[in-house]
Design a protein around this ligand. Structure first.
Ligand code: NAP
Ligand code: ZN
Ligand code: ZN
Length: 352
């Protein structure tokens, strides 16, 4: 074991602060990574504040962070895919049983024995896993991704959660040229959804509660922008969408979006608000519409997404911050004031 620097929260009401944590020394199949950038996902905030207590109660102290990019510093004797000096990335999962049907299918996100990057049982050293708000991490090579060499690293980190979480359902629901696709909520996930839907050549409509994001939405690849609090603007799109991705982090009226779907249209919920959403059955019944959801994506699809980003030169639009600004960044997330992902420059941890 060795000591790593990190930022952790001691309780649901404590700010994040500098600390030291134990990491395992790399075993045979492990890769040790010096973390260069870690994105701030709204899920980090939900977890730190224990907002998902009924489903995934938070164990304190928590070290969040599951949008990790860095450089390999050491590898175990059996590692074949990475050598020291390589770029490497880690997302929301660090392990699974690798034997169940889901793992065999490369859908580790559905494995009943999957280990999340933070706040999961740590099967190596006990306690819970600690995430990427840290200077290093040790992960089995099967859960470490390769980073295309042409991509900016600060903007690549968010691909590991915001990227795959929006890419995966768009592939599953066959977003292609000619489809009319809506993206609700222009935050970290939403802005990646816009970039992917545009790259997949769909007609993209952004729904935002923030009128000041309109120009950005068009620049990011939207063909149209709707201010969702304007009922008249919403009504113009009634019954017309093939697919809508809902990436809102807070309570909102999902029925207003269900009504915009055409026959057999689908709305996929990737946002995970603290409180349950109310769904009107008739909105779904009338046009045989469906409501579904989607968690992150498997390891093979995450690599596919990174390679897609390499080919299309896609990264997140980031505001790079030092770790010392993380608590301020959380407050800004709550005000939907992020353009469009915070990416922590982990070099700042050295000055702690
Ligand atoms: N399914 C998964 O696997 C998965 C993975 C990662 C994250 N998530 C979840 O996805 C959600 C979004 O995460 P994120 O990191 O993208 O968050 P984020 O950057 O904070 O973006 C959320 C966006 O939602 C909109 N919004 C916020 N409050 C709203 C309100 N009261 N009413 C309507 N719209 C509101 C805002 O967009 P506008 O300003 O444009 O309205 C905001 O920018 C979170 O709940 C997160 O936990 C799920
Ligand atoms: Zn996330
Ligand atoms: Zn499994």
């Amino acid at each position: 074991m060795y000591k790593a620097s990190a930022y952790s929260a001691a309780s649901a009401t404590s700010p994040l602060a500098g600390t030291t944590i134990a990491r395992r020394d790399p075993a045979e199949h492990d890769v040790q990574i010096e973390i260069l950038f870690c994105g701030i996902c709204h899920s980090d905030l939900h977890a730190v504040r224990n907002e998902w207590s009924s489903v995934m109660p938070t164990v304190y102290p928590i070290v969040p962070g599951h949008e990790i990019v860095g450089r390999v510093t050491r590898v175990g004797s059996a590692v074949t895919n990475f050598t020291p000096g390589d770029l490497a990335a880690v997302g929301c999962m660090v392990d699974s049983d690798r034997t169940c049907p889901e793992c065999q299918a490369g859908l580790e996100q559905f494995c009943p024995n999957m280990t999340l990057t933070y706040n999961s049982e740590d099967r190596h050293i006990g306690g819970v896993t600690y995430g990427g708000y840290s200077d290093s991490v040790v992960v089995d090579e099967r859960f470490v991704l390769h980073v295309p060499s042409n991509l900016d690293l600060a903007g690549t980190a968010p691909l590991l959660c915001a990227g795959i979480t929006t890419y995966s359902p768009m592939r599953h629901w066959c977003v292609t040229r000619g489809k009319k696709v809506g993206v609700v909520g222009l935050g970290g996930l939403g802005h990646m959804g816009v970039k992917f839907a545009h790259a997949l050549e769909a007609h993209v409509v952004v729904f935002t509660t923030s009128p000041n994001k309109k120009e950005d939405a068009l620049r990011l690849g939207a063909d149209e922008v709707v201010i969702s609090r304007n009922a008249g603007e919403m009504q113009k799109h009634a019954g017309s969408f093939d697919f809508i991705l809902d990436a809102v982090a807070a309570d909102h009226d999902i029925n207003a979006y269900i009504d915009l779907l055409g026959r057999d249209g689908n709305i996929t919920l990737v946002g995970a608000p603290e409180k349950p959403l109310a769904v009107a059955a008739f909105g779904l019944i009338f046009n045989r519409r469906s409501l579904s959801s989607s968690p992150i994506g498997g390891i093979p699809e995450t690599q596919e997404m990174l390679d897609f980003c390499g080919r299309h030169n896609i990264t997140a639009d980031v505001e790079v911050i030092p770790i010392q600004k993380v608590n301020e960044a959380y407050e800004r997330l709550l005000k939907a004031d992020v353009k469009y992902r915070f990416s922590i420059d982990m070099a700042s941890l050295k000055s702690e």
